[in-house]
Design a protein around this ligand. Structure first.
Ligand code: ADQ
Length: 725
């Protein structure tokens, strides 16, 4: 049997919030959907919950806090005031929250907030890593901690990490507004499983990952190729703790007196919940359907939330005024149309209110899931009530028997309200029974089992890249065109090895490359940092264009042999630098002289000395007037000539096809190295570009390929295509 795996939950808030006042510590249950979902789960499973307690604890107080949790341990993350301001109120609640709810007008962008968010996410990762055993599953929750898994992955490369997002994942066009979109996606992909409430969010996520990181995704299985790891994205729609809720509703005494029909709204006071729009819709009902006047009441219960964020303060004022206006306009001496409570309600009382209300009006402008809709359904143990639900809540994806509305369209919500208030009993019952059956079965326990099973089971790797992928990516781009294919050598055509003399293409790669070169509709060029001589010998094929020394030397069919005119000025200097670098006297370090440029290699020296060697090498190179550039376990030294792989490729294309080359030829460039970024940049928007390797480094390339094998598949696909021109 497998090692006993414990669960470590990481979320911004602990399930218990501490408030410090003049009279001492006050401890309360935290509000909101996440605690509602995970609280019962942790009581049942045990483990550790890592989070912020809401205030700074003094020594000894942590112990008192832990006594509040039943059946599991608490570990608190200590946040300073500046953390809370920038990470919590700033980036989490004024950037990610509105942006992920597609409310761009409310989205604030501030780089200093981002930096603190990053630092605090690291802090959470460190605490989680400390309390977790080596085999424990670490489950990170929600939008405050989108970067946490990345830091955890550094601390435990092989550990099990899962993530669940409780809010929507926005569509590509909205998501890209986030300046740190790459970092956030990489943060999520550091997990093994990334869970969302609905398949719509999964689609959005995969879209963003594919288009913004260029990594390969499988839409059928939700798998994402992230270097050598496969990450799985999936929909795990959250449910509620159904049975106890229904039971509370069975037991509670009558909660509503009076003969009016009650329309109920229950929310955290949040602008995503559409409370002002809802009040206006109720007002419209009273305007248009006069028969309801005096007969119906809107009971709106709002829990105070994020009260220190300015947007929430102004929302509170707006709602106060709206309620006052509508009550002033329609109220009579014996009837007040809107009753408004600004506070939290104990669960038993809430259940009785749900039960006694005729209609639940759940109209968020956007909501990850929305548990209130589900709680209302569970509590209909008496006369069947009607659920009106926003189409823009995640819950609408499954709860289609509810009356689904567009919360922005006030008239249509008013019409739905009228329909709900006058709906015949048979229809109410039919809709309700269907809703209840689903929610009873898909409750929070089932959700938990499903997610944990997925997070604990071994991952299948994504099927290897195939010709179909290249057909999808490049088929239309190349159709009817001649092509030009440029490839780096080391790390692209040949695996990286300890010593450059040992690098070689496998026979299948060489065969595929030769078949590409033999095609009349395809030019093939090798672009390398090696000297022209060395690269030509390594590849060993005629009929190719060879570009050596990062573009300073070129030769091949169709182009005049080229040596950059400034080269000879720098050859002597290159020799001097080589001698200076030879003074780095560390075993395994050596210098490769390539004429006008050189490379300091340290792959064979002990890993703990890599940083020191690279630093000293860079200093010497820079001091002597060459440009140092990091490569795989090496530092390249290039003469200060404004010429790179990108310019070299453009030069070759001009030589072969004239300045109007983009009218007659389609270009593909494949490379794995930092120096290939120059070519990706030169070709951005002009050609198809692929960076080999995982998504941990940013790239200007359009797509990523996992390794040398994927490059071979590309070459084979190109070689096998029917002639294009
Ligand atoms: P929330 O935005 O907090 O959750 P929701 O899913 O509706 O929204 O959960 C609210 C919870 O708070 C419910 O359990 C409800 O009973 C409780 N609650 C609300 N008002 C209350 C009141 N006045 N008194 C007492 N309790 C009250 C986030 C996402 C949601 C997602 C959940 C869970 O925004 O979309 O459904 O997480 O993932």
């Amino acid at each position: 049997p497998a090692m006993q795996q414990r669960l470590v939950v990481v979320s911004n808030r602990l399930p218990i919030t501490v408030r410090r006042s003049s009279t001492g510590l006050r401890v309360e249950r935290s509000s909101g959907g996440l605690v509602a979902a995970m609280g019962p789960a942790m009581e049942q499973l045990g483990g550790v919950w890592v989070g912020w307690p809401g205030a700074r604890l003094k020594p000894g107080e942590e112990r008192a806090l832990s006594e509040q949790a039943q059946g599991y341990a608490l570990a608190s993350v200590d946040l300073r005031d500046s953390h809370v301001r920038r990470y919590y109120r700033g980036l989490s609640n004024r950037t990610i929250w509105p942006l992920f709810h597609s409310l761009l007008d409310r989205t604030d962008l501030d780089r200093r907030n981002w930096e603190t968010y990053e630092a605090v996410n690291r802090l959470f990762a460190e605490v989680a890593n400390e309390v977790a055993g080596p085999d424990d599953l670490i489950w990170i929750h929600d939008y405050h901690l989108l970067r946490c898994a990345d830091h955890l992955r550094e601390l435990r490369p092989g550990g099990r990490i899962a993530f669940f997002l409780h809010i929507p994942f926005p569509p590509f066009d909205v998501y890209r507004v986030m300046p740190w979109y790459r970092e956030v996606l990489r943060g999520l992909l550091a997990s093994d499983v990334v869970g969302f409430h609905s398949s719509g969010y999964v689609t959005n996520f995969l879209d963003c990952v594919e288009r913004l990181l260029g990594v390969r995704v499988d839409r059928q299985t939700g798998q994402v190729e992230h270097g050598r790891r496969t990450v799985e994205a999936g929909a795990f729609p959250l449910g509620i703790d159904y049975a106890p809720f229904a039971q509370l509703a069975e037991q509670g005494p009558r909660a509503l007196e009076g003969r009016e029909q009650v329309v109920l709204g229950v929310d955290r006071l949040d602008y995503t919940k559409g409370i002002p729009e809802r009040i206006r819709a109720f007002e419209r009902l009273l305007e248009v359907h006069r028969a309801h006047r005096g007969q119906v009441v809107l009971l709106q219960i709002a829990v105070p939330s994020r009260t220190k964020v300015t947007e929430y303060q102004s929302l509170k004022r707006e709602i106060d005024e709206l309620v006052g206006r509508v009550n002033g306009r329609f109220g009579t001496s014996y009837w007040t149309p809107i009753r408004y409570l600004y506070r939290s309600i104990p669960q038993a009382r809430l259940a009785a209110l749900y039960r006694d209300a005729s209609v639940a009006l759940v109209t968020p402008l956007r909501d990850g899931m929305n548990l209130v809709a589900k709680e209302y359904v569970a509590c209909q143990v008496d006369e069947p009530g009607v659920l009106i639900l926003s189409r823009l809540a995640g819950a609408a994806e499954t709860m289609h028997e509810a009356l689904l509305v567009n919360p922005y369209n006030i008239d249509s919500v008013a019409d739905a309200l009228h329909r709900a208030l006058t709906m015949p009993r048979e229809e109410r019952q039919a809709r309700l029974l269907a809703l209840q059956r689903r929610e009873r079965r898909h409750d929070v326990h089932q959700w938990l089992r499903g997610f944990l099973a997925s997070a604990s089971s071994p991952r299948d790797a994504l099927r290897p890249v195939g010709s179909g992928d290249f057909e999808a990516w490049l088929g239309a781009f190349l159709a009817g065109w001649n092509g030009a294919l440029f490839l780096d050598f080391d790390g692209t055509l040949a695996d990286l090895v300890d010593h450059p003399d040992a690098a070689a293409m496998r026979p299948e790669m060489r065969a595929a490359l030769a078949r590409c070169a033999a095609r009349e509709d395809l030019d093939v060029g090798i672009v390398s940092g090696r000297s022209l001589e060395s690269i030509r010998k390594r590849v060993g094929l005629e009929d190719l264009i060879y570009v050596g020394n990062h573009g300073l030397e070129m030769a091949g069919p169709g182009i005049a042999s080229f040596v950059h005119p400034d080269t000879r000025h720098f050859e002597a200097r290159a020799g001097e630098i080589a001698r200076a670098l030879a003074e780095i006297d560390v075993p395994g370090v050596w210098v490769e002289e390539k004429g006008v440029s050189l490379t300091l290699h340290y792959r064979e020296c002990p890993p703990e000395r890599h940083d020191e060697v690279a630093k000293r090498g860079r200093e010497i190179i820079a001091r002597m007037g060459f440009q140092p550039r990091g490569a795989h376990c090496a530092v390249e030294a290039r003469p200060p000539i404004g010429w790179d792989k990108g310019q070299a490729v453009l030069y070759v294309l001009r030589e072969l096809h004239g300045p109007g080359w983009s009218e007659v030829i389609r270009v593909i460039y494949v490379g794995d190295d930092e120096t290939d970024e120059d070519a990706f940049q030169a070709l951005s928007g002009l050609g198809a570009t692929f960076r080999v390797g995982d998504a941990s480094r940013p790239t200007r390339a359009r797509r990523r390929l996992s390794g040398v094998d994927a490059v071979r598949v590309l070459l084979e696909w190109l070689a096998d295509r029917p002639r294009q021109t």
